[in-house]
Design a protein. Structure first.
Lengths: 183, 202, 254
């Protein structure tokens, strides 16, 4: 899947915005949003938040995890743990990218956040690579991948699935072969 | 890649794989094909003649039902080479041993030669050992010439390398927001060129 | 054919709180009715009735889209979901046409329509790609389908598949086969049909707890492997053992 499609899915996540206009509920096909009261926070899907922000119709309230201290702790936790830790959002990478692009002025310490999120991403990708290696070298035929986010899985997808398909072919060579000599 | 779909009749790599040659020995006289053996002047291929045949032909002449020729494991799959692969598969130029090392190896197992099980095991082991290097090199090369990195890989491995590159490149393009810029599609561009060439010709 | 598309729900003219609510509810009712009538139309009496809101339909369509994208095999076509969403979009576009120029809601609605349209076309296109690739196999499977089993293809897809198969066959005959020796002028579909590789690895997420899934059959050197799938878990495994769970919705591909 194209990463832009993963981002598309992330844009369905809800986020709080403070609108500078007043407006009744909007009845979207995907569900109602609003009502909007100028100055009062309201939850909207991310794609809409970005659209409003671009039209200078709102201020975006960053999610609570998008905070230097929380991300520092998260980074530490990810460094200390041998396994993948649970991320505060299943779309942390995409949300960070989108918000830092279009709403930098609404996010305190934007640059630091960018670096921290990237650091966490890099840590996790390195872990992912060594897990893939261990997995492929083992005799395991399936694996549990809890706490990996969709963007992470998607980056590993082309290589990992093809490598496993190939492993399966080579393995079935062997078992097919043993079976046929038994016949 | 062969794993895209099983037994794809139209797969080019499958066709190329099955036309690799292997050493065969004629067991029954084959009439009027003597010219296949350039060292003989006889009209017929005599029993005992050794010659290399394409896999698909050898397969038709050597099976449980038919035994017109007998086959031998091609050298890259024999014990000597298997030992080299066991010692350190990472340094071997697999492409040189056969551009379709794994898929051809898998096909050869159909002959049920005595060393078949060992070959099957060796293929798995070899793949498992080399995979890390392929993954790492595919993930560390961004925007550079990769011919050197893939020179020693067989076709299956090259496919994997490309898959790894795709995962990386797509992500990097997204991260640097290059996906947002619309570009002329390759087809439209070459179409225009073709049109221009046509106009220039006339 | 199905007669009524639900009456115009005009979001622009609705102003007061009360009517709004009432219209909204009415509108939901209508969506439900549409879905139910679809099911009655397609399924038989023993089919359960499912009530869905437009938002739920959209949610299911997105699910179907991702499943189709990642499954190596062609899944059952969600005709009802597609048609319902197309109706919703058409309806909304009508409303937009009638709206006051410059109403800022228009841009929001347009954006949502674009998003839904993307999912719809990507879903249908992905199916067409599979149909083109596995035409013979898919048509053959449909022939062998038992009467009570649902057809995997929509009416339009079925027509497309048949025409595509004919065109392809004719093309191969013109380009190659007729130049072959007489005994090699036919293609045996048994040999030449391209089949999807159901052994391909996929990522999936568990929606409903499912115990005792046989992931690996017993071979001589390994025993059989059975896993219990717990809600919320993510796995990577071969498609085949979980194919039926994808269809039933117990797991979803990611």
């Amino acid at each position: 899947m194209d990463p832009a499609e993963v981002e598309f899915l992330a844009e369905k996540e809800e986020i709080s915005v403070v609108p500078n206009f007043t407006q009744d509920k909007i009845y979207l096909i995907g569900g109602d949003v609003g009502p909007f009261n100028a100055g009062l926070p309201v939850k909207v899907p991310l794609w809409m938040a970005i659209n409003l922000k671009q039209g200078q119709k709102c201020r975006i309230i960053p999610p609570d995890w998008m905070d230097t201290e929380r991300l520092q702790d998260k980074k530490q936790e990810e460094t200390d743990s041998k396994f993948f830790t649970e991320m505060p959002s299943p779309h942390f990478m995409e949300i960070t990218q989108l918000l830092l692009k279009c709403a930098t002025d609404d996010i305190p310490h934007a640059d630091e956040i960018r670096t921290l999120v990237k650091d966490i991403w890099d840590l996790r990708i390195a872990k992912l690579r060594s897990s893939i290696d261990t997995f492929l070298k083992s005799d395991a035929t399936h694996a549990k991948l809890n706490y990996l986010t969709l963007m992470e899985l998607n980056t590993a997808r082309p290589f990992l699935t093809k490598a496993l398909d190939q492993m399966h072919l080579l393995r079935s060579n062997l078992s097919g072969r043993i079976q046929s000599t038994q016949e | 890649m062969t794993s895209e779909s099983v037994d794809d009749y139209f797969s080019i790599s499958d066709i190329l794989t099955t036309q690799e040659r292997l050493p065969c020995k004629v067991e029954l006289p084959i009439y009027r094909l003597g010219y296949l053996d350039s060292s003989s002047t006889s009209d017929d291929l005599q029993p005992g003649t050794k010659l290399d045949l394409s896999f698909w032909m050898a397969r038709a002449l050597c099976s449980r039902k038919r035994h017109i020729v007998s086959v031998e494991m091609p050298r890259p799959y024999r014990e000597g080479y298997r030992e080299i692969l066991t010692a350190d598969a990472n340094v071997v130029d697999l492409h040189k041993l056969g551009p379709y090392y794994y898929s051809y190896g898998s096909q050869l197992l159909k002959f049920e030669l005595p060393e078949t099980a060992d070959v099957a095991k060796s293929l798995i082991k070899c793949f498992q050992t080399r995979i890390r290097k392929i993954m790492d090199s595919s993930q560390n090369a961004y925007n550079e010439d990769t011919t050197k990195l893939t020179a020693k890989l067989d076709e299956t491995e090259k496919c994997l390398f490309k898959a790894g590159q795709m995962g990386l490149n797509d992500f990097q393009r997204w991260e640097t927001r290059q996906t947002e810029k619309l570009t002329t599609s390759e087809m439209v561009r070459s179409h225009r060129k073709r049109k221009r060439a046509l106009m220039d010709d006339s | 054919m199905r007669e009524p598309i639900f009456p115009v729900y005009n979001w622009i003219t609705v102003r007061t709180g009360n009517t709004q609510k009432c219209k909204q509810n009415k509108w939901r009712e209508l969506v439900k009715n549409i879905i139910m009538s679809e099911i009655i139309e397609y399924g038989e009496e023993n089919e359960e009735e499912i009530e869905l809101t437009a938002a739920e339909v959209l949610q299911q369509l997105e699910q179907a889209w991702l499943n189709e994208k990642f499954s190596p095999d062609l899944l059952e076509c969600k005709v009802e979901l597609v048609e319902c969403m197309i109706d919703q979009i058409t309806e909304m576009e009508e409303n937009i046409k009638r709206a006051k120029k410059g109403d800022f809601k228009i841009s929001i609605h347009r954006m949502e329509i674009d998003r839904i349209r993307y999912v719809l076309s990507s879903y249908l296109r992905c199916r067409l790609q599979k149909i083109e690739k596995y035409t013979t196999y898919i048509l053959e499977q449909d022939k062998q389908r038992k009467e009570e089993e649902p057809c995997k293809l929509s009416q339009e897809e079925f027509t497309f598949a048949k025409e595509y198969a004919e065109t392809l066959e004719e093309h191969l005959r013109n380009v190659a086969l007729r130049h072959m020796p007489p005994n090699l002028q036919t293609l045996d579909p048994k040999q030449t049909a391209v089949k999807p590789n159901l052994e391909k690895y996929v990522f999936m997420k568990v929606i409903e707890d499912t115990d005792g899934v046989l992931v690996e059959e017993e071979t001589l050197d390994t025993g059989e492997e059975i896993v219990d799938l717990q809600k919320g878990d993510q796995h990577i495994m071969r498609y085949k053992p979980i194919a039926s769970l994808v269809s039933s919705g117990a797991v979803t591909l990611i």
